[in-house]
Design a protein around this ligand. Structure first.
Ligand SMILES: [Zn+2]
Length: 230
């Protein structure tokens, strides 16, 4: 097998992983959803081996659970795991915010402005999926601009797991990030006040965790084909 073949396969597996990540992050595939291989093959026009490889990668990321006799399903993080994910986010996002210098903010001015604009547009409207996407995108954007790909890779995984946790444990229907706190973090970073930016971020994450009811879980009904074809 030549390296070109390997690359094509890797790209294809990544495409399937990305499609499932998106559907999970945007709450189209709730925790506990059975991921039926044949349906994924059909909906994503993918090869069965690639789908299996993608599901295994997602299982390693703790986003999917694979059971010998039941196949794959979207993971259902326990309350303990939910607390652990938020505790890890506080550590990782603190490190991310601490590494964003005023010079980075100047260099990334356009990207940050575009994001904040998208976020405001989304929260001004009632498209819940767009709101969920943009609010989570804020955290991923900070990870992307902090110039540390290890931190941003870890955050990517934590954010998908956070989406599962929010889908499982958030009882009210209020979008989970307050946009004005995001703006406060950006303003502090632009002013070079990283201490303030860290303080607001930690408070923000504690507030998010505080919105969760970490006692009960009730997976919703859903349609796998519909969720993936949107
Ligand atoms: Zn947020």
């Amino acid at each position: 097998m030549g390296s070109r073949t390997v690359t094509a396969k890797q790209r294809e597996v990544q495409r399937i992983v990305d499609a499932l990540h998106r559907a999970i992050a945007q709450h189209r595939l709730p925790p506990g959803t059975r991921l039926i291989e044949a349906q994924i093959v059909e909906t994503l026009q993918a090869n069965r081996n690639h789908v299996q490889a993608a599901l295994q990668r997602l299982a390693l990321q703790k986003v999917v659970t694979i059971e010998a006799n039941r196949g794959a399903m979207v993971a259902q993080p326990t309350a303990k795991e939910a607390r652990d994910v938020f505790s890890a986010r506080r550590a990782i996002e603190r490190a991310i915010v601490e590494s964003i210098t005023p010079a980075i903010m100047r260099k990334q001015r356009q990207r940050v402005a575009t994001h904040m604009n998208n976020e405001r547009n989304a929260t001004d409207h009632t498209d819940r999926r767009a709101i969920v996407r943009e609010l989570s995108e804020f955290h991923l954007m900070l990870g992307a601009i902090c110039d540390n790909s290890v931190l941003s890779d870890i955050l990517g995984n934590l954010m998908v797991r956070s989406s599962l946790i929010v889908a499982l444990y958030q009882r009210n229907d209020v979008p989970s990030c307050a946009s004005n706190e995001h703006q406060q973090i950006i303003t502090a970073l632009e002013n070079g006040d990283r201490e303030k930016a860290v303080a607001v971020m930690i408070e923000h994450l504690e507030e998010l965790e505080g919105q969760l009811v970490l006692e009960s879980a009730a997976p919703a009904e859903f349609n796998l084909k519909q969720a993936l074809s949107e």
